[in-house]
Design a protein around this ligand. Structure first.
Ligand code: ADP
Ligand code: MG
Length: 258
C-alpha cells in the first residue's frame, strides 16, 4: 500500500488547519507525524481516513484517487484508530472489535466462524480477552485504546492510520502496541506525541507546525536539537542510544546545559 498526499488544504471555517500538506508513505514504511498540539496532525489524518473532505489537494492510495473511491473500498484498504474514542451506543468489547470485520461483509451478513476466530485472536493479541463482554463505554482510556487497536487488527488491512494510538497507555502497553504493529509489517501513518517513541519506531517523520510540513526526513535528520527548539521551543540533548542504536532525546529544564 502506498499513500500519496499532495497539497492537502483544509479549513474549519476561517481556521486553516492543513496548509498545502504533501507527504507520502511507501509500502512497508512506518511514517510518523509529529508537531506541537494544534499543529494539524489530526486534521491531516482525518482527511486521509475520510472523516473530513479536503478543500483542495489530492490523495491517492496505490495511485487510485481516494476521494472518488467508494467508502467501502477505502474502508477495506485502511484500518483507522482515531483520537475521539466515544461511541453513542452500549456495545460490548467483542462487538466493537467485530466491527473491524464490517467492511468485509454485506449488510445483514452474519459473522462466520472465521470472523469470530479473527476477533478472538485480536482480543488475545492485545491481552483483553477477559474484557470481551464488558461494556466498551465503561472502560478506562487505556482499555478503550487497546480495544480500538484490536478492531484495527481484526480488519486485516495492510495500511494503518493511527492518531496518537498510545496516548492513554502506560509505557509497557505503549511499547507492546508499537512492537506489535511493527511486527505486522504493515504500512503505517501515525501521529505520535512522544518524540522518543517516534525515534524508536519510525522510518521517516514529517513535522507539522501551524498546518504546514516544516521538516521531513529520517529521525536522524529531523530530531536535531536545533529542529526541536525551532518547532517546540524546548532545549534538548540528542544522542544515539548505545543499546537501541536509535536517537534518544532528553529535554533540558531551564538553567541546565549550555
Ligand atoms: P493536532 O492533532 O496536531 O493537535 P488538530 O488537527 O487537532 O491538531 O488541530 C489543528 C487546528 O485546527 C487547531 O488550531 C485546532 O484548534 C483546530 N481545530 C481542530 N478541530 C477543529 C474543529 N472541529 N473546529 C474548529 N477548529 C478545529
Ligand atoms: Mg491531534
Amino acid at each position: 500500500m502506498r499513500l500519496q498526499v499532495e497539497d492537502l488544504t483544509y479549513s474549519y471555517g476561517e481556521k486553516e488547519a492543513a496548509d498545502h500538506v504533501s507527504l507520502r508513505v511507501d509500502a512497508g514504511e512506518f511514517v510518523g507525524l509529529i508537531g506541537p498540539n494544534g499543529s494539524g496532525k489530526s486534521t491531516v489524518l482525518k482527511n486521509v481516513y475520510r472523516g473530513l473532505r479536503p478543500d483542495r489537494g489530492k490523495i491517492t492510495l496505490d495511485g487510485e484517487d481516494l476521494l472518488s473511491m467508494p467508502y467501502r473500498k477505502s474502508a477495506l484498504k485502511m484500518a483507522v484508530v482515531g483520537q475521539e474514542n466515544e461511541v453513542p451506543f452500549d456495545f460490548t468489547v467483542e462487538e466493537m472489535v467485530a466491527m473491524g470485520r464490517t467492511p468485509h461483509k454485506r449488510l445483514f451478513d452474519v459473522d462466520t466462524p472465521r470472523d469470530r476466530q479473527i476477533v478472538r485472536h485480536a482480543l488475545e493479541h492485545l491481552g483483553i480477552e477477559q474484557l470481551a463482554h464488558r461494556n466498551y463505554r465503561r472502560l478506562s482510556g487505556g482499555e478503550k485504546q487497546r480495544v480500538l487497536i484490536a478492531r484495527a487488527i481484526a480488519q486485516e488491512s495492510d495500511f494503518f492510520v493511527l492518531d496518537e494510538p498510545t496516548n492513554h497507555l502506560d509505557i509497557s502497553y505503549q511499547m507492546q502496541i508499537f512492537d506489535f504493529i511493527k511486527r505486522l509489517k504493515v504500512t503505517v501513518l501515525s501521529a505520535i506525541h512522544d518524540l522518543n517513541m517516534a525515534a524508536l519506531y519510525c522510518d521517516r517523520l514529517y513535522v507539522l507546525s501551524q498546518g504546514r510540513v516544516v521538516i521531513e526526513g529520517t529521525p536522524e535528520q529531523v530530531l536535531t536539537p536545533e529542529n526541536i527548539y525551532r518547532v517546540y521551543g524546548v532545549r534538548s540533548c540528542v544522542e544515539k542510544h548505545p543499546v537501541t542504536g536509535k536517537l534518544s532525546i532528553s529535554f533540558l529544564p531551564a538553567g541546565i546545559g549550555a
